[in-house]
Design a protein around this ligand. Structure first.
Ligand SMILES: [Zn+2]
Length: 506
């Protein structure tokens, strides 16, 4: 059985589409979870694109072990130098360099002849090879490149030392049979292709990224590139969890397998959604909330008689637990730990004590604590009093339509400060009060609120996107059984992030 290498570009292709910059702590958290998931390569960023990206890649290269850390660069020496500078401390560094050779890119973007383009590609790989042996070359817009030119550039870069060649469908234009044919053609016609790994990189403009990637893998590619939840440019990248599970359901169909820890899939999806602020659609394959729900009576009856009648993947395989035991205020630390471990959390006693305190506070407010509540509890570290600024108390009074007044007390670096403001409704009043307290001027770009578990005392999960003075977007989340409090926390978290980033560049 061949081995499929999983190349995650959530932090590069995914992040560049968000319109917001994740901070280094968030990127490290995602990277560590990708290691837990068992991906082979993390593309940590594009170091030459900004000093912030450079620093993030450097920190990931230094701190994240057990995985190849890759940086993207254009096919120019300065980019490659910076890329190497950023990744050189990684256990296993990889430079990913390349350029576009399709007619449209040659003419309008680069202004080069095919020969000049091929020359640039070969020079870039030779330059990168001076630093490190693991070099991946991408032939951007490969699907729209003349096959003969593609074959020429691939032969050249493999000769120059490229160990992986990436054949992207950059604009999401291919159909599965065409993309499969292209990969088969490359395997057949590039004479030194046996000396490199062929990689597929697809976009979802026509909803075919997963199908195209699988067609490429079946035709001989051994590396797949994509993102968690399929986030990415325009309609997104290939959703890695979909490719992984398609192969899992029938490895013999592809003659290939991954070394993914399937149980980490659901958690990785939740983490990426939480940190990026991009919700996972309910009907999303594999990780959507409805992916394992059986609603029709006939289906329910079938599943109860024999699960496999309507279920191709057992939800537990990807880490969605099945026995939903209910915890209450009477549950002890032991029960809480047991449940958390079942959900896949490894926690030491000190963390358990802290989580247990939060658990009890929540259990006081609602009768039953569901798994969703526990995920929320484990994820909502920043919102509950950690850090230098936190909310001590708040109150809102409303008088007639559209008139509300809020009072908030914050602890800022150990000092208590309070203020009040009026607004159109309670949420507006709360946000205005926080603006006054933090003396920030920001624009609210997006605000949403949903419940994270079941029952009428379910927790509210508020998400706020703001645009700050540096023109960047920041996301904040807040959780509480009180939706006004959840909203206040979300807004405060977003503002704290913006303040920290602007003052430290972190
Ligand atoms: Zn891409």
């Amino acid at each position: 059985m061949r081995r499929l290498y999983v190349f995650d570009t959530t932090l590069r292709d995914g992040e560049q589409s968000l319109g917001l910059t994740l901070n280094i702590r968030e990127k490290l958290e995602i990277s560590q979870q990708l290691v837990n998931l068992g991906v082979d390569i993390i593309e940590a960023g594009f170091p030459a694109s900004s000093p912030g990206d450079f620093e993030a890649v450097q920190r990931i290269a230094r701190e994240i072990k057990g995985v190849i850390i890759c940086g993207l660069s254009r096919a120019v020496p300065e980019d490659i130098n910076l890329c190497w500078e950023a990744i050189k401390e990684a256990e296993q560094p990889r430079i990913h360099t390349g350029l576009a050779l399709s007619p449209i890119h040659r003419q309008y973007k680069l202004g080069v002849t095919p020969e000049q383009g091929i020359q640039m590609a070969v020079e870039a790989v030779k330059h990168a090879k001076k630093y490190v042996s693991d070099i991946e070359f991408y032939s951007e817009d490969a699907f729209r490149t003349e096959p003969e030119i593609l074959a020429c550039v691939l032969t050249g870069v493999i000769e120059a030392g490229a160990t992986v060649v990436n054949i992207p469908d950059t604009v999401g234009y291919a159909t599965p049979w065409e993309y499969g044919e292209l990969i088969a053609w490359v395997m057949e016609n590039v004479k030194n292709i046996d000396r490199a790994i062929v990689s597929v990189h697809c976009h979802n403009d026509l909803g075919m990224a997963t199908a195209n990637s699988l067609a490429g893998i079946k035709a001989g590619a051994s590396q797949v590139e994509g993102t968690i939840n399929g986030i990415g440019e325009r309609a997104g990248n290939t959703a890695l969890e979909e490719v992984i599970m398609a192969i899992y359901t029938q490895p013999s169909r592809f003659g290939i397998q991954t070394i993914i820890n399937y149980k980490e899939i659901a958690r990785t999806s939740r983490l990426v959604s939480k940190i990026t602020g991009v919700p996972v659609p309910e009907f999303k394959a594999i990780v959507g909330e409805n992916a394992f729900m059986h609603a029709s009576g006939i289906h329910q009856d079938g599943v109860l008689k024999e699960r496999t009648t309507y279920e191709i993947i057992h939800p537990e395989v990807i880490g969605v637990p099945q026995n939903r035991i209910v915890l209450t205020a009477r549950s002890g630390r032991h029960a809480l730990r047991y449940r958390l471990e079942e959900l896949g959390y490894q926690i030491d006693n000190q963390t358990l004590n802290k989580v247990y305190e939060r658990f009890l506070r929540l259990a006081d407010q609602k009768q039953e604590i569901f798994d969703e509540d526990l995920y929320a509890l484990m994820g909502d570290k920043e919102g509950n009093g950690r850090g230098k600024i936190f909310m001590k108390s708040f109150s809102v009074s409303t008088a007639g339509p559209a008139k509300a007044m809020a009072t908030i007390e914050l602890d800022m670096d150990g000092q208590t400060v309070s203020d009040a403001a009026c607004g159109n409704g309670p949420v507006d009043a709360i946000f205005k009060t926080i603006d006054r307290l933090l003396q920030c001027e920001v624009t609210l770009e997006n605000y949403s609120l949903k419940s994270v578990s079941r029952g009428k005392d379910a927790m509210g999960d508020a998400m706020v996107k703001i645009r700050a003075g540096d023109a960047k977007l920041y996301v904040g989340r807040g959780l509480s059984t009180d939706v006004i409090e959840a909203s206040a926390r979300a807004y405060l978290n977003a503002l704290i992030k913006a303040r920290t980033q602007m003052s430290t560049g972190d």
